[in-house]
Design a binder for this molecule. Structure first.
Ligand code: SIN
Length: 475
């Protein structure tokens, strides 16, 4: 922590007590510090405070809210280096990626500061001469979120920024592995002038308790979750009782397709970026590679060579491009999937070993077939299985043969194929000749069991607004 300049970012740290929660560095298992734990009563009290604060916030103008949010954006960027170090310490991703995530996270604050001004209603042509019809957009009220450890800042700001811009208050339980980034972001919002109790962080190791509380509370009108499809299903079930609005950004099983007319060097570059970002721990990471028979050997060789050059280590060290996995469980899962694939006939082209601590070698598998378990499951680790295909029709069938529908990628230089395949892929997002497609200006989200709702873009604001119809009679 000695290199953090702005110590106010760490004001959440507390003494070690019977109930405090230890935050550890996945690169070396050392305890970074302790944070408070909130029990059910404390969280309910904070929901009550957020409810009260929202009433006044909803009465401010979008312009007033935007002014605070622009200051918040600026503070996030001014503190980019400190925030990145904190993130790498608790999450493990390489410093360059953490810097990138701070900028990505801040971009949502900047975007929604402006987008909040465009929460337009409508005047609607009336079917009856004595009436006038209009709609207005209003904040849903208190919005709650449960966010993951893989993007400790961006997954909070992607939800909090539209909520606050719309006039909602926002209460979030960040992942217990990465709470320091969450508290730091909230501290900067406070310094930017955001009134108290509008951006509330609660921390607890009892994820079940907080999930039930958020979903069942009559004071919360909206729940937004990023995480696994299994947990998303549970939260949706629990939200049914209070008929809560939900946004769910859930699991993925992204196909990455290389056609025979692709620029192979570009495809290799995109494959590295898409697969090995955050050591393979993102919902939009390429999960399975389908490569046309005519370019399979060339792609596999170039891809394996590039993967072999990735530098594994503590994300704080210069040149490191692959950090540790988040915990022992993640390492075990990666090992299990690798063992299963090899037993089913896959060949290790590069990598293939678990290393000391929570590190795992970035791995390329060839001779993989579509039905292997590694292709069917979301890997969430640094393994790239490469499958051979021959024709476009069966390729599309394989690519769509999953319960998931978040991101997909393909490489081709044939304009007809580009449109045909982009339209045929049953996914919420398609990257064409591009491996990293996330941006604040485009709607992020999935179809099928990858989720409901969109984040970012103008659609991201809709998730936190109700449309009210007003009928003026006796005109
Ligand atoms: C995620 O993995 O859930 C988010 C990735 C992104 O925003 O690019």
């Amino acid at each position: 922590m000695d290199k953090i300049k702005n110590m106010s970012l760490l004001s959440c740290l507390c003494e070690k007590t019977a109930s405090s929660i230890a935050v550890t560095n996945p690169a070396n298992d050392q305890v970074i510090g302790f944070i408070p734990s909130h029990d059910n009563t404390a969280i309910q009290q904070r929901i009550g405070l957020a409810k009260e604060a929202q009433k006044a916030w909803a009465k401010t103008t979008a312009k007033q809210r935007a002014e605070i949010m622009h200051r918040w954006y600026q503070l996030l960027m001014d503190n980019q280096e400190d925030l990145a170090r904190i993130m790498t310490l608790e999450q493990g991703k390489p410093l360059a990626e953490s810097r990138g995530e701070v900028a990505y996270g801040a971009s949502f604050v900047q975007w929604f500061a402006e987008e909040g001004k465009r929460a337009y209603g409508e005047t609607v042509p009336t079917p009856l001469a004595d009436r006038r019809i209009m709609t207005i957009r209003q904040p849903v009220g208190v919005a709650a979120a449960i966010t993951p450890w893989n993007f400790p800042i961006a997954m909070i700001t992607r939800k909090a920024a539209p909520a606050l811009a719309a006039g909602c208050s926002f209460i979030v339980k960040p992942a217990i592995q990465t709470p320091l980034s969450a508290f730091a972001v909230a501290e900067l919002a406070r310094q930017a002038g955001l009134p108290e109790n509008l951006l509330v962080i609660v921390t607890t190791e009892d994820a079940v308790m907080v999930g039930e509380l958020f979903c069942q509370s009559p004071d919360i009108q909206k729940i937004s979750f990023t995480g696994s499809t299994n947990v998303g299903r549970i939260l949706m079930r629990q939200s049914a009782e209070s008929v809560k609005r939900v946004s769910m950004e859930l699991g993925g099983n992204a196909p990455f397709i290389v056609f025979d007319d692709a620029d192979i060097n570009l495809a290799v570059k995109g494959a590295i970026a898409s697969k090995f970002r955050n050591a393979g721990q993102t919902c939009v990471c390429a999960n399975r590679f389908y490569v046309h028979d005519a370019v399979y050997d060339e792609f596999s060789e170039k891809f394996s060579n590039a993967v072999a050059e990735l530098e594994i280590g503590n994300g704080l060290e210069a040149n490191v491009t692959i950090g540790p996995l988040i915990d022992e469980k993640a390492k075990e899962k990666t090992q299990r999937l690798l063992n299963d694939a090899v037993n089913e006939g896959a060949m290790v082209s590069t990598g293939g070993h678990a290393l000391d601590g929570q590190f795992f070698e970035p791995t390329v598998l060839t001779n993989v077939t579509h039905l292997m378990s590694i292709v069917q499951e979301e890997i969430f680790g640094p393994i790239a299985p490469v499958i051979r295909f021959n024709d476009e029709t069966s390729l599309i069938e394989m690519a769509n043969d999953t319960i998931y529908g978040l991101a997909s990628y393909f490489y081709s230089r044939d304009i007809n194929r580009v449109f045909r395949v982009a339209e045929a892929l049953d996914y919420g997002m398609v990257g064409v000749n591009e491996g990293i497609i996330s941006t604040e200006v485009a709607p992020f989200g999935g179809v099928k069991q990858s989720g409901i709702g969109r984040e970012g873009a103008s659609q991201g604001l809709d998730e936190y607004l109700n449309t009210k119809y007003i009928c003026l009679g006796g005109m």
